[in-house]
Design a protein around this ligand. Structure first.
Ligand code: MRU
Length: 349
């Protein structure tokens, strides 16, 4: 049994009294500061601005956003409250398009609310807490399942931030890395910087440092060269949406890592809870890829670094085709070499 307290100390989402406190991930690691949300709209804005980010974390934050929003609603039953809260549901759903966990958490909250009687406020609060708690349990399970696939003495490369900061705690891909290090299976951890928002450089290596896990930062463009050197045996990433055929949307740059991994005989693992699995989307071509402002590419830290007049294209996710994935690790089981049939065997049709 892993000493989870030793390996998992950061909490990005805190429920405090009548508010929700979100660790401001725009400012890490320079400042460790929480943004205080008082309403569902505050939470929707925080999700859109990446105060809170990472697929599971935005679903959890949105669920708590509804709990905050419910304070302004007068209703006798859950169904009445759900109708009155519809605009909140819409605004939270629209905050970011690609990670299905957001829509999943909101749909789950709506189902619970619509079935509730006069105790609907309590039901809403209980459901949000359950979504958060179940995510932590899933991450710990995935950590064990994923680490078991890794040969002792391996090196791994990860991308973006998939740790406690992106989840309820422990993390998805980073949970596998934490478990793999603790079990002596992983000896070397590399993290890509993840331009332009620098989730890897600002968040992942900082998070691992808190745990005393040494990690080496690389430029995103160094991935293939690293694989060629023989230092890594697995690329391990999280996911924002996994389709019915196993195609996986994740942070921009994941796809090119998967291509390079296959070329170099490095294995490619996707780690995500079942709340990230979207069996209603047949394949990656149907996923909406979030386009963010080119400003994120044209400057850094508020200062422009690119000549005026230059335009930038800034898709922040890409889709890795299922055939480039060696294993999808979920709390419900491991799907090796995913196909529609293998996905359906675990998740139904
Ligand atoms: O834009 P972000 O930072 O929200 O993107 C996050 C990712 O792409 C993560 O890899 C993914 O959400 C999995 S997090 C457990």
């Amino acid at each position: 049994m892993l000493d989870y307290a030793r390996y998992d100390r950061i909490r990005p989402i805190r429920r405090e009294g009548d508010t929700l406190e979100l660790l401001d991930q725009r400012r890490l690691p320079a400042e460790v500061d929480y943004v205080v949300c008082h309403s569902a709209d505050d939470v929707a804005a925080a999700i859109a601005q990446l105060v809170v980010r990472g697929a599971p974390a935005i679903g959890i934050a949105a669920a708590w956003g509804l709990v905050l929003g419910a304070r302004d609603i007068e209703a006798g039953t859950g169904a009445e409250a759900a109708a009155l809260m519809d605009p909140m549901f819409q605004r939270l759903t629209a905050a970011r398009p690609t990670a299905v966990n957001l829509a999943w958490a909101l749909a789950r909250m709506r189902r619970a609310l619509e079935a509730a009687g006069e105790d609907w406020r309590y039901v809403l609060e209980r459901e949000a807490a359950a979504i958060a708690d179940e995510d932590l349990v899933a991450n710990r399970r995935m950590g064990e399942l994923g680490a078991a696939l890794i040969e002792p003495g391996s090196g791994v490369l990860t991308h973006c931030n998939t740790g406690s900061l992106a989840t309820s705690g422990f993390g998805t891909a980073l949970g596998v890395i934490r478990a793999g290090v603790a079990m002596g299976r992983i000896e070397r951890v590399f993290a890509g910087e993840t331009r332009p928002w620098l989730q890897g450089a600002r968040l992942t290596v900082w998070e691992l440092l808190q745990d005393g896990i040494p990690a080496t930062l690389i430029a995103d463009s160094a991935g293939a060269h690293l694989m060629k050197s023989g230092s890594v045996q697995w690329v391990i990433i999280g996911a924002d949406r996994i389709c019915a055929n196993g195609d996986t949307a994740n942070k921009i740059g994941s796809y090119q890592l998967a291509i390079a991994a296959r070329h170099h005989g490095v294995k490619f693992m996707v780690v995500a809870p079942s709340s990230t699995v979207d069996m209603a989307t047949p394949d990656g071509s149907a996923i909406e890829i979030e386009l963010r402002t080119g400003e994120e590419l044209l400057g850094y830290g508020g200062a422009r670094t690119v000549a005026e007049g230059v335009e930038a294209w800034n898709p922040v996710f890409d889709v890795t085709p299922a055939e480039l994935i060696d294993a999808i690790v979920t709390e419900a089981g491991v799907i090796e070499r995913p196909t529609p049939e293998r996905m359906a065997a675990v998740f139904g049709r």
